[in-house]
Design a protein around this ligand. Structure first.
Ligand SMILES: C[S@@+](CC[C@H](N)C(=O)[O-])C[C@H]1O[C@@H](n2cnc3c(N)ncnc32)[C@H](O)[C@@H]1O
Length: 221
């Protein structure tokens, strides 16, 4: 199944499943990621692969952006974001072909999105292109596990629990995909190397909850 079709199918239960499967930690992780971003007054923010808008909403809680654009190729995910906050600007877009001008965005947020993109290199090039000089790209993501605790969780525990929980509430295959996409993804260091190849400067890599998730902060210098 195509990634876009899959997210359109689970849009109604996506938020609930996020809360349940991360035991509510996804909220704390987005908040921690927003805190890591250097302050920018009246920023233009692009929430890339923004889905149901939770990252933009978390950002808006403590900052005063001029505009938050939620960009996603799954229209039904965006329709959920529209109901939550009418001030979000929703644009259906593919992260590998962002319909925004060069140097037009101050901050890019990406929560659990990059892992799903078919060409990471194209997405990095596009993110670099639309970001202004001095802008930041914050990624919150589940990377391929390296440490023992996260390896044990993603290789042994998650394949049993997550698709089952997904089946109870929604589409089992989508949550089987979630586990596989994490195990088949790259490590934080490999991700940073790809970002550097697109022109970004690495500011920091931070592990959350023993490496279950990571925040990677990049800058366009
Ligand atoms: C796991 S959800 C994350 C949603 C949201 N960022 C969050 O923090 O909950 C991944 C989102 O990425 C979107 N996505 C995946 N590949 C994409 C692409 N190439 N272009 C745009 N959106 C994409 C999916 O439609 C989905 O809404």
């Amino acid at each position: 199944m195509q990634v876009r079709t899959m997210f359109n199918k689970i849009h109604k239960r996506y938020d609930l499943l996020n809360r349940l499967m991360s035991a509510g930690r996804d909220i704390a992780w987005r908040k921690a990621c927003c805190k890591r971003l250097p302050k920018k007054e009246k920023a233009i923010v692009l929430d890339l692969c923004g889905g149901t808008g939770d990252f933009s909403i978390a950002y808006k809680k403590n900052e005063n952006p001029q505009l938050c654009i939620v960009g996603d190729f799954a229209d039904k995910m965006l329709s959920v974001a529209a109901k939550k906050d009418p001030d979000l600007k929703l644009i259906q877009m593919d992260a590998t072909q962002i319909p925004l001008a060069n140097n037009s965005v101050d901050i890019i947020l990406n929560g659990f999105g990059m892992r799903n993109i078919s060409s990471l290199d194209l997405a990095f090039n596009e993110a670099f292109r639309v970001l202004k000089q001095g802008g930041y790209f914050a990624t919150l993501e589940f990377f391929k596990p390296e440490k023992n605790i996260s390896k044990l969780f993603y290789e042994k525990i998650a394949p049993l629990i997550i698709p089952f929980a997904g089946m109870m509430l929604s589409k089992r295959n989508a949550y089987r995909y979630l586990v596989l996409s994490i195990l088949n993804f790259i490590t934080p260091k490999e991700y940073a190397a790809k970002a550097r190849a697109a022109g970004f400067t690495l500011r920091s890599i931070n592990a959350l909850d023993g490496g279950l998730a990571h925040i990677i902060l990049l800058e366009k210098k």
